[in-house]
Design a protein around this ligand. Structure first.
Ligand SMILES: Cc1cc2nc3c(=O)[nH]c(=O)nc-3n(C[C@H](O)[C@H](O)[C@H](O)COP(=O)(O)OP(=O)(O)OC[C@H]3O[C@@H](n4cnc5c(N)ncnc54)[C@H](O)[C@@H]3O)c2cc1C
Length: 495
């Protein structure tokens, strides 16, 4: 049953957009309001500028400087909730409302199938919403590879609530360790455990977080807690033989040399096998963790904070949708089809025009993510588009899961819809290069035109993120906060 928005009252075609991330927000912003009624459904009420998330988690930037409220988009309707299901035959989205601000703003990894969740929450009310065109842009979830304890004890860095929790934890750990050592109090060994910051994942996100954390500790906290520096250790763990695999050898080496000078420990070919609370008070009262690493045998490593920054997995909505059989009325003209997925990544397969591809339900999914062409070309859902991290383009399956790709797909799709000829021009990705911040005003930048490192790359890093910030408000606020942090130090209040 549809809510207040009745299908019969449509004056313009209604485009329902699932997600307010890089892909969803950019589609909503670029679609022409004169041509389309735009409705965004997302569990969170804002867009997050993810490349600057690590800066907010250490207080270089304030949280609101990287957020854009969806309701500020003129003439865009917004429903805060999860798309729970889609009926492609009747063109209806079932929405589960989200009235809890926390639930949509921090990473919650669902338990494996068949396992009860630790915090069962009441299911929200649901309502149905009709669409003429549907844009699925719900992104992906963090992948824990089923490693024991990661889902419960690691911190993730994907949304603003995650950044707030990390900032609070880092600052609290320093405060906790600032009391004198002694009988009944924390020992030096306990402090060494609590001030070990372990980052799992040596991609740009993990490396940038390590760099930003280093800046916070050595630029700001060192002055406030000088006696604690001898206990501090920042370590990056990765299973691969080298970190930053998307950068060429020379730039990756520069990054590692910079980290070595900063005292950041990089442990490649280390396989994390388990994460659990430390024994006794240290674990139960102070939240210390024990990490089991395959290469270290039975010796567990203690840590006060583990930030998990590796791997993506299928959004549960996508998993649900791919299990559904479509009827002939569902737009393909052939009963028994279902949405095609990429077997490796779980992404929804699209044609070059970003339309959802279907396949026969016997299972003709593609191994597109592995670089192979799709197994069978199936049919298309003409009015259903998939973009961003949850999509796999069949003619360019190796596209990275990045904001660059998601926003370019969104703008391409919205512009084609505005022109009314979706199949007029296929999507083509333009790579603007890859940037990673290394701390202490140094970065690396790699593109087809150049390879830059050090201070010059850092200037490009800041310039790129500033120009890509969405609103004028944030284009002003971000440099103001950069200047404030530089002049007066980072925000270290705990709340
Ligand atoms: C810390 C960090 C730093 C990064 N840095 C960079 C960088 O420097 N450069 C770069 O190119 N990329 C970067 N990325 C990657 C980039 O952020 C992602 O590739 C990008 O966010 C993908 O956009 P998306 O819109 O597909 O998904 P997301 O941005 O993840 O958005 C998904 C949206 O869908 C919503 N949603 C989820 N489930 C549902 C549902 N059932 N119904 C409705 N809505 C739903 C979510 O709440 C969210 O609003 C970074 C990522 C992180 C986490």
């Amino acid at each position: 049953m549809e809510s207040s928005k009745s299908k019969s009252k449509h004056k313009k075609e209604r485009v329902v957009i699932l997600g307010s991330g890089w892909a969803g927000y950019a589609v909503a912003r670029t679609l022409d309001p004169a041509k389309y009624e735009r409705v965004v459904v997302s569990p969170r009420s804002y867009f997050v500028f993810t490349p600057l998330l690590a800066s907010t988690s250490v207080g270089t930037l304030e949280f609101r400087t990287i957020l854009e409220p969806v309701r500020r988009l003129p003439q865009v309707d917004f429903f805060q909730g999860w798309a729970d299901d889609v009926d492609f035959d009747t063109k209806m989205v079932r929405v589960e409302v989200n009235t809890s601000s926390d639930m949509g703003s921090q990473t919650v990894i669902p338990p494996p199938p068949g396992q009860a969740t630790e915090n069962p929450s009441k299911k929200g009310d649901v309502f149905d919403l009709s669409y003429d065109k549907l844009v699925i842009a719900c992104g992906s979830y963090s992948q824990t590879f089923g490693i024991e304890g990661v889902r419960q004890h690691a911190h993730f860095l994907r949304d603003i609530g995650d950044a707030r929790r990390i900032r609070l934890r880092v600052l609290s750990l320093f405060e906790l360790c600032s009391y004198p050592s002694g009988a009944g109090l924390l020992t030096d060994d306990d402090k060494r455990t609590l001030l070990h910051f372990a980052i799992v994942g040596g991609g740009p996100t993990g490396i940038e977080f390590a760099a930003e954390l280093h800046d916070l500790i050595y630029d700001d906290l060192a002055r406030l807690y000088p006696d604690l520096l001898r206990f501090v250790r920042i370590a990056v763990y990765d299973v691969a033989p080298k970190v930053l695999p998307m950068f060429d050898q020379a730039l990756a080496k520069y990054a590692m040399d910079t980290f070595a000078r900063h005292g950041i420990d990089v442990r490649t070919e280390h396989h994390l096998e388990r994460l659990r609370p430390a024994d006794g008070d240290l674990g139960s009262r102070h939240g210390a963790l024990r990490i089991k690493v395959k290469e270290l045998g039975d010796d567990e490593v203690g840590a006060g904070l583990v930030v998990w920054s590796t791997g993506l997995m299928q959004n549960p909505l996508v998993a649900k949708l791919t299990g559904k059989k479509l009827s002939a009325a569902g737009g393909t003209g052939e009963a028994g089809q279902r949405l095609a997925t990429d077997v490796r990544t779980g992404g929804l397969v699209t044609d070059a025009y970003l339309r959802a591809r279907t396949t026969s339900s016997e299972g003709n999914d593609s191994a597109a993510g592995a670089g192979a062409p799709p197994a069978a070309a199936g049919r298309l859902l003409e009015d259903v588009f998939v973009i961003g991290d949850c999509a796999i383009l069949e003619n360019d399956p190796a596209l990275p899961k990045t904001a660059q790709v998601a926003s370019q797909q969104a703008i391409h799709l919205a512009k084609r819809l505005n022109r009314g000829d979706v199949s007029g021009k296929p999507f083509a990705f333009r790579n603007w290069g890859t940037l990673t911040y290394l701390g202490s005003w140094k970065a690396i930048h790699q593109s087809s035109a150049d390879e830059l490192k050090g201070w010059v790359a850092w200037v490009i890093w800041r310039g790129a993120y500033l120009t890509k910030s969405m609103s004028v408000r944030n284009k002003i606020l971000v440099p103001v906060y950069w200047a404030i942090s530089w002049l007066f130090g980072r925000g270290i209040s705990r709340f």
